[in-house]
Structures are given as C-alpha cells and as structure tokens.
Design a protein around this ligand. Structure first.
Ligand code: ZN
Length: 386
C-alpha cells in the first residue's frame, strides 16, 4: 500500500525532526562526568562536543552544566532516554528504526539488556523531510509530551498511595492519574509512576462504525449504546421494520461512534505496573483474557498494520483517529487491516509470541500521540468493558 507507506515515512520523519530539536540540546553534566565519557556515551567525538559547546578547556566542565550533543555531519541525531518498561524493539519501532541498527549504533551486545535512564543514539534511521512537507500532519502525529517520566516507585507491603505520595513529594492525584488507579487499589510489588499524563479514551464521536447483532439485542439498545437513534440506524441500514433484525447482522453505525471494547466480555484486572521477567520489566498494558479465536475489535477508527515478532507474536498496531497508537499482541490470527472503523474485527485472541503456553489473551496497550504508554484500564472501565 504505497499511500500508507509514504504516510508513515512522512510521520516518522516529522517525529524525528521534532525530536532532533528537542533532544539535541539536552545533556546535564553529573558528578564524575568527563567530557571524554560524555562524548563516548553519546557517540560523538570529543572535538565535536568541544566545538558545539564553545568549550575552551575540555578538562573544565561543571556539574549541572548543560551540554549540546551535536549531530553527525548534518545527520539527524536523536538521543532517546530509556524509560521504564521500554524494550529495544519498542524504541526501534517508535523511531522507525530496527533493533539491529539501534544495537549496532549503541554497541549493545545483549538485546534484552538496556537500563532505565540509558541514553540511546538513534540516527540516520529515516529520511527527514523538510518541514514544509509535513505541516499537514503535525496536529495528529507529533508527540506532545516526550519522556516526562519523573520516576517510579515499587509498592512495598503496607504502603498506601497517600504514604508513597508523601514520601516522594507528589500528590495522590498525580499517582492516581499516572497509573490509571481506580478506587485507590494498589498492589505490593507493582511499580507505580510518580507522575504522568494518564488518558481515558472516549472514541472519536464521529465517523462510521459497525456493530454485529447478538442474541437479545434490540435496535433501540444498540442505538443508545452508540450514541445514535433508531431512525438514524434504520436509515443507514435500510431497515424497514426496526423490530426485525437478525443475529449476526452487521449494522453500520452512522454517527457518534463510541470507543469499542477490543475484546467482548473479556476477563481482566488492573495489571499496570505488575512485575514481569522477575522484576526486570513492568507491565505496560492490560491483558484481556478470553477464549482462543475470540474476535478482536478496533476500539476506534484508524489505520491498522500487522507485525509478527518473537515477543508480541501476531500483533496489530492501530493508529487511531483519536491520536492514540493502540497495540494488541499474542493474537492467533490477523483480521482486517488498512483503514478500519471502530468495531471492525482486526484479529483473533490467541497466545502467540512469548505468551505461548499461557491462557489466550490480548495484551492491549495504548500510546497517546505515539508517546509513552498509558494504562488502558480506565478506558476499558469507562467504556463499559467490564
Ligand atoms: Zn500483557
């Protein structure tokens, strides 16, 4: 699909261009740093660093000094600071790069071993179009708040949100919002962000969706569920008798498309921040348990692409019209791709990738503005998925 590919190239370029601006001026000297170490850690030459910062004596830098990390020969130079829960694969995906390119550029030998706070150089990964070419996409594709994590805390026994907040000088509201906590429930051993944006999806409220009629459905209920009316539904679907709809019938939902639960009647808990891999990683999504082969619905309209990997198995990426990048992993099979409406079947629940041998579930993740992950749990609860 040439359109999708060029669109993606453009948007990756846009993100890169922005990040170059944001990140190329961003290293604060810490205790024990030498200019040589900073240059090496950031993959630039000492001479380039000295020149970029107008330094007269390379042995004289002070703690707290902010250094510009220059790019190479006009090539875009992006520094990504590894955040909690990130994998090399996810970072590569984020910048339109590959795991091997990132590993090579940063001298990483063990692909599973990156540490929080580590600076990764991402360069020459995508073409950087001139700003004029990308102006039309800016509102929907630019990350608005890159890397604003201000730390995390692993919950100990007997701790409460209130005590954690007090210990770290943040508010209960900050912790609750950042982690999508509902009713104040937290779990020992989970890692909580101390601050962050949080997000609750509401659907686009526009465009067309589809709905498949189930046993016991009435047109009035379906209309109410989707923020539309019986007459609008009837018109859109050429229904002459609103009392006569059949199970399995696919209805076009003309207006007010709401956010659709990705897996119907799924079993799930608020597992955001749960330890994974023996506490080396943290869960950044919600696992939606269901039967093998259960349909996976697009929660909102947008563009779907598929990937297959050893970790996520069969995975969908939905670039939603609401500005959120949705991902779903461990699927049994793929469904519709390309342009989709809310409610379209885009895959089937399974246990592929590193979920092999576990009970079938969809690992569901949300990345507003293609930035940091937010907890999908509040969106699932608010939209009646449980
Ligand atoms: Zn998961």
């Amino acid at each position: 699909m040439p359109f999708t590919r060029s669109f993606r190239a453009l948007t990756v370029g846009t993100v890169l261009a922005l990040l170059v601006t944001l990140f190329s001026v961003d290293y604060t000297v810490k205790r024990g740093d030498t200019l040589g170490n900073i240059a090496r850690d950031n993959g630039v030459s000492l001479a380039a660093l000295v020149e970029a910062n107008d330094i007269s004596n390379p042995n004289l830098i002070r703690i707290g000094q902010i250094l510009v990390i220059p790019g190479e020969e006009g090539e875009p130079e992006v520094i990504h600071v590894v955040a909690r829960g990130e994998t090399l694969g996810r970072i590569a995906y984020k910048y339109g790069s590959s795991v091997s390119a990132l590993a090579k550029r940063n001298g990483i030998t063990n692909l599973n071993l990156i540490r929080i706070g580590q600076n990764l150089i991402i360069s020459g990964t995508a073409s950087t179009p001139s700003s004029g070419e990308t102006s039309g996409e800016e509102n929907t594709e630019l990350p608005t708040s890159p890397a604003i994590h201000s730390g995390s805390h692993t919950v100990g026994r007997g701790e409460s949100i209130k005590s954690i907040a007090a210990d770290h000088g943040v508010t209960v509201e900050q912790i609750t919002r950042a982690n999508g906590i509902i009713n104040g429930v937290i779990f020992a051993g989970y890692s909580l962000l101390l601050d962050g944006p949080g997000y609750v999806a509401e659907g686009t409220g526009k465009g067309e969706g589809t709905y498949t009629v189930k046993t016991g459905d009435r047109l009035g209920d379906i209309a109410a569920q989707h923020g539309t009316t019986i007459s609008q539904l009837s018109n859109a679907n050429n229904i002459s008798n609103p009392n006569l709809i059949r199970i399995g019938q696919v209805l076009v939902v003309p207006t007010g498309s709401r956010w659709v639960c990705p897996v119907e009647n799924a079993q799930f808990t608020n597992s955001w921040g749960a330890p994974r891999g023996g506490g080396t990683r943290w869960h950044e999504g919600t696992d939606l348990g269901s039967y093998r082969g259960a349909p996976v619905y697009a929660p909102t309209s947008g563009n779907v692409t598929f990937k297959t990997g050893s970790i996520g198995g069969k995975q969908f990426n939905l670039r939603g019209d609401d500005g959120v990048m949705y991902i779903g992993a461990h699927m049994e099979d793929f469904g519709k791709s390309g342009r989709v409406n809310a409610g379209d079947v885009i895959g089937y629940v399974g246990s592929s990738g590193n979920a092999e041998g576990t009970s079938p579930h969809l690992h569901f993740g949300m990345y507003p503005n293609s930035g940091d992950a937010v907890n999908p749990y509040p969106s699932l609860i608010t939209n009646g998925c449980k």
